[in-house]
Structure formats: C-alpha cells, structure tokens
Write a protein of this length. Sequence first.
Length: 307
Amino acid sequence: MISWLLFKQIVVLFVMMGMGLLIVKMKFLKPEDSRILSVVCLYLIVPCMQIEAFQIHYSNRILNGFLLALLSAGVMHAMLFGVTYGIMRPFHLTNVERGTLIYTNAGNLIVPLVTSVLGRSWVIYASAFMFVQALLLWSQGKRMMQPGGKVDLKKLLLNINIIATLLGVSLFLRHVEIHGIPRDVLRGVAQMLGPISMITIGMVIAGVDWAQVFKNRRIYGITVMRMVGFPLLAILLLKRIPFYLLADNGKKILLVSLLAVAAPSGVTIPQMAQIYGGDADYAGSINVLTTLCSIVTMPLMIYIYQL
C-alpha cells in the first residue's frame, strides 16, 4: 500500500519537474537560473522545514523514535562509506563518483514524500537522516571534493541547516511550541520544498546534453549501484538487525531511513564539483539519471522492504 502511495506521489513530483523543464524550453528562463531557486531552497526553505519538523508535541515515544532514526542514519552512512571505499580501488572511482554514491538527495525529495505518504509528523525522522548527512557532507564530503582542503569546524557548526536542526531539537526537548503567525510562516515556507525543488531539477534537466550523458558507460554502473545496489544492502541490514525493536513504530521509522538511502544522488555534489574544479557536468548527469530512475526504483525498494 505504501509503495503504491509513494509511486503516485513521485509521479506528482515528476509532473512538477516537468513544469520546470517546460518553463525553460519555452524560453521564459534559462537552466542556469535554477541556481537562484537552489539558494532559496538551501538557505531558506530547508531551515524552515527543519525547525517546523520538530514542532510536534513532546513524548518519550517520539524521542525514542528520533534516536532510532539517528542510529539508523549512522548505520546507513557507515554502510555507504564502507562499500564505496571498498570498491574505490578496483573500480577506480573518482571523487565525484564517490560523492554521488554516498550522498543522496534526502532533503529535497524525501521530505515531500514522507509528508504526503506518511504524514507531517513523520518528517522529524527524515530530519535525523538529514542532520547526520549534513555533518558528513560539509566535513568529509567537502574535503573529498576539495583535494588538500581541511575541515573548517567553525563553518560546519555555523551551517544554517545544522543550526536549524539543533534549534528544532532544542525547542522539542524543552517542550517549546511555536504558535500563531510565526508557526504559520514556518509551515507555509516548509510546504514549498517539494514544488520548488522539483521545478529546480526540471530546469536543470532542460539544459542537459543527453547524448553526452548516455555516451559515458560508467554512469550506468554508478546509477545501478546508487539506485539498486545500496538500497538492497540497506534492506538486508534492516532485515538482519532488529533495530525496529528499539522504538514504537520502529519498522515505519526505518522505512524513512530506507527512503533516504534509496533517493537519487545529492544535488550538492555537482555544486561542489563546480566550485572546487571537479567534473561538474558528469556529477550533474548522474544526478539527473538517478532522479529519473527513482520513479521506478524507490517504490520497488519499499515494496521489497515490506515483504
């Protein structure tokens, strides 16, 4: 049932993506204009979503579920890192390929899906995965994409998304609930995440040279590993180790983590590649191809998990 609801919601998001593509094809905007929407998402919408996700009534049940989601996120990332670095030498993986295998589009795609399929109260568990990923992305990920670079602890802790998550957790633990106009503003901005993100992706896709994308044979192996291999490994871990016993509704909480692992490659990797002199076009091509594949692979992985 959930896999079918997920499929329908992914179709809805893909229609929104088509709108972004159409607005570029009709010459109203250019593909590079998508960067403006990306900045709005990253520095405004996502932080509001992170804070709003924790605006639910405090209970030990939810706290235990959040801790389970954090544990699951840690285990999933350990698996992603372990396998990626294990196959790095045999397959001669580049920095871009490693980044696209490890880091997923867990925020822009998963939060709208979780909200629509499971309900707004479940976004808090998606936030746990996003928090762990953000810490790793802006430390190890940045260092990997910037050869010779160092981890800037100050910049890491001052990252707007890290701050927003910590603020949200603090308000939740202190039983502080935001009411009135501020709450309506947070909720209204947070609800824009899905549409804006997908329109942005559509605009990017409109500028893709598909002949160049399909010419590179390595992209197929990376896409299969990202969209099929890693999700199947995640399912195996979740089936073998009874994490779900640690919290009420444990299986559904772990399903949120699985969704995040099964998501397409992260949009931040092409951006980092562009900034630090990597192969941004290749990274962007992987992001586009994995996004297109997700309409089939994500519902399929959830179906397998529920068997």
